[in-house]
Design a binder for this molecule. Structure first.
Ligand code: UDX
Length: 441
C-alpha cells in the first residue's frame, strides 16, 4: 500500500465517490468540504447522492476508520501526501470552465502543504490548468498531477473499481507514477503522460463519445426514411472491433453534466488555439437536430398542433439509473413541446417533485406513477431508458389515455405488446410499421 494519507477536497459526486473508493482500497482518506452541515451528515454515514454501492462503501470506510470527513480544505490537506482536488469547475458562461474555486483552494492550502506533497486535479479542467496550479502553489517541493476521472453517473463505483485505464499526467514523472500506484489493486493499465495530454484525454474521450452518439442518431434518422433499423445497423457496425458495440443506442439526443459542457469546452479550446475542428460544432448541432426530430414526431402524433394538448412523458432524467436532470435530453424535448403550448405531465422513477420552468426545463406536473401521468393524455412519449417502462401494463395505460399513440424515444416498448393494447407505436430509427422486438444493442 502506498505510503501517505490522501486528502480529497470537495465531496461532490466525483470527490465523494473517489474518496470512498480509495478508502476501500485500503488508503487513509480524509474528505474535506466547505459545507459544515454536509460534513456532519456524511460523518454520520448519510450519503447525499444516489449512486449504487456508494452508501455501503461510506459505511465501511467510516467503520474501518479509513474514511473520515472534515470541515475545510486546509484541515483536510494538513499532513496529507496526496491532495485530490475534486472541486466544481462550472461553465463560466463563455464556454470556458470557471477555475476560481480551484485556484482559491490551491492558494489557501499551498502554504500549509508538507514538502513532497502531490496535488492531483481530478475535475475536468482546461489544458494548461496543471501548469497554472503549479504557478499558483509556487512551491518547488510540491508536484502537480492531472488524473482525470471517467466515471459515469449511476455506475460510478463500478467504473472506479474496474477502470479501463488510469491516466496520470505531470512534468514530474515520479509524482505521476506515485499517483498511478494508488490504484495498483485495480490492475488497470497506467497511461503516464504530460499534464497537457492528460487534460486533453478527458475532453477528447467525452467529445468522441458524444460524436459517436450524434452519429448513430443521424444514422437513425436516415434508417427511418430508407426503411432500415438503427439497432440492426448498430449491431452490424459494433462487431467491427475498431468501432465497438457500446454507445450506439439511438435516443432523443445525449445530455448530462459532462458531454454538453465538455464538447463545448473542447470547441472553445480549439478555437482559442486557432485550430479548425468542425466535427465538434457538428456534434452538438446534430444533437439539437435529434431533439427536434423527436419533438416533430410528437407534434405529428398529436395531429399537427400541440397547443393545449396533454402529453405524458415517461422519463425525465438525462439517462436511466440516476436522479440527475442536468442537461437532460428528455427536458430539452419537453421544452420544445411546452414552447408550442403542450401541457406536460411526467413520470420518472427517480423524480418526485413537479418541475418548475427555468432556463433548462419547462413546467412538468410529476405524477406518482406512470399510469397517473398518462391520464387523459393524447400522446405518450418515452424519453429515458428506464427498464421498468418495458414492463408496464400497456392495456391499463391505454385505458386511462385519451389517445392511442406512443412515441418511443428510446425504443424500449415492445411493438407487439403495444399493438395488442391498441396503440400505434412510433419508434426511433426505424419505420413506424416495423414489427419486431425492442432494440437490443
Ligand atoms: C459521461 C462519460 O461517459 C463519463 O466517462 C464521464 O466521466 C462523465 O460523462 P455520464 O454523464 O454519467 O458519463 O453519462 P453517460 O452514461 O455517458 O450518458 C450520456 C448521455 O448519452 C445520456 O443522455 C445517455 O442517455 C446518452 N446515451 C448513452 C445514449 O443516448 N445512447 C447510448 O448508447 C449511450
Amino acid at each position: 500500500m502506498a505510503d501517505g494519507r490522501i486528502a480529497v477536497i470537495g465531496t461532490g459526486y466525483v470527490g465523494l465517490t473517489s474518496g470512498a473508493c480509495l478508502a476501500s482500497l485500503g488508503h487513509q482518506v480524509v474528505c474535506g468540504d466547505v459545507d459544515a452541515t454536509k460534513v456532519a451528515a456524511m460523518s454520520r454515514g448519510e450519503v447525499p447522492i444516489l449512486e449504487p454501492g456508494l452508501d455501503e462503501l461510506v459505511q465501511e470506510g467510516l467503520a474501518s476508520g479509513n474514511l473520515t470527513f472534515i470541515h475545510g480544505a486546509a484541515a483536510a490537506a494538513a499532513g496529507a501526501k496526496y491532495i485530490f482536488l475534486c472541486l466544481p469547475t462550472p461553465d463560466g458562461g463563455d464556454g470556458r470552465a470557471d477555475l476560481r474555486i480551484v485556484h482559491d483552494v490551491v492558494a489557501e492550502i499551498g502554504p500549509i502543504l508538507d514538502a513532497g506533497a502531490i496535488l492531483v486535479t481530478k475535475s475536468t479542467v482546461p489544458v494548461g490548468t496543471a501548469q497554472d496550479i503549479t504557478t499558483t502553489v509556487n512551491r518547488p517541493d510540491v508536484a502537480v498531477v492531472s488524473n482525470p476521472e471517467f466515471l459515469q453517473e449511476g455506475t460510478a463505483v463500478r467504473n472506479f473499481m474496474n477502470p479501463d485505464r488510469i491516466v496520470v499526467g505531470s512534468t514530474d514523472r515520479s509524482a505521476a507514477v506515485a499517483v498511478a500506484e494508488l490504484y495498483a489493486p485495480l490492475r488497470a493499465p497506467a497511461v503516464v503522460t504530460s499534464p497537457e495530454s492528460s487534460e486533453l484525454i478527458k475532453y477528447a474521450a467525452n467529445a468522441f463519445l458524444a460524436m459517436k452518439l450524434s452519429f448513430i442518431n443521424s444514422i437513425g434518422a436516415l434508417a427511418e426514411t430508407v426503411g432500415a433499423d438503427v439497432a440492426e445497423i448498430a449491431n452490424g457496425m459494433g462487431y467491427d472491433e475498431r468501432i465497438g458495440p457500446k454507445f450506439l443506442k439511438t435516443g432523443p439526443g445525449w445530455g448530462g453534466s459532462c458531454f454538453p459542457k465538455d464538447t463545448r469546452a473542447l470547441a472553445t479550446i480549439a478555437a482559442d488555439h486557432h485550430v479548425s475542428f468542425p466535427l465538434l460544432e457538428a456534434t452538438y448541432t446534430s444533437n439539437d437536430d435529434a431533439q427536434d426530430r423527436v419533438a416533430d414526431k410528437i407534434r405529428a402524433a398529436a395531429g399537427g398542433s400541440l397547443a393545449g394538448v396533454k402529453i405524458a412523458l415517461w422519463g425525465l432524467t438525462f439517462k436511466a439509473g440516476t436522479d440527475d436532470l442536468r442537461d437532460s435530453p428528455a427536458l430539452a424535448v419537453a421544452r420544445r413541446l411546452a414552447a408550442e403550448g403542450a401541457v406536460l405531465h411526467g413520470y420518472d422513477p427517480a423524480i418526485t417533485k413537479d418541475l418548475v420552468a427555468g432556463k433548462d426545463r419547462p413546467d412538468v406536473v410529476v405524477a406518482p406513477d406512470a399510469y397517473t401521468a398518462a391520464v387523459d393524455a393524447a400522446v405518450l412519449v418515452v424519453l429515458t431508458e428506464w427498464p421498468i417502462f418495458a414492463q408496464l401494463d400497456l392495456v391499463k395505460t391505454a385505458g386511462v389515455m385519451a389517445g392511442r399513440i406512443i412515441v418511443d424515444g428510446r425504443n424500449v416498448i415492445d411493438t407487439a405488446t403495444a399493438a395488442v393494447a391498441g396503440f400505434s407505436l412510433v419508434p426511433l430509427g426505424r419505420p413506424a410499421h416495423w414489427v419486431g422486438e425492442a432494440a437490443t444493442v
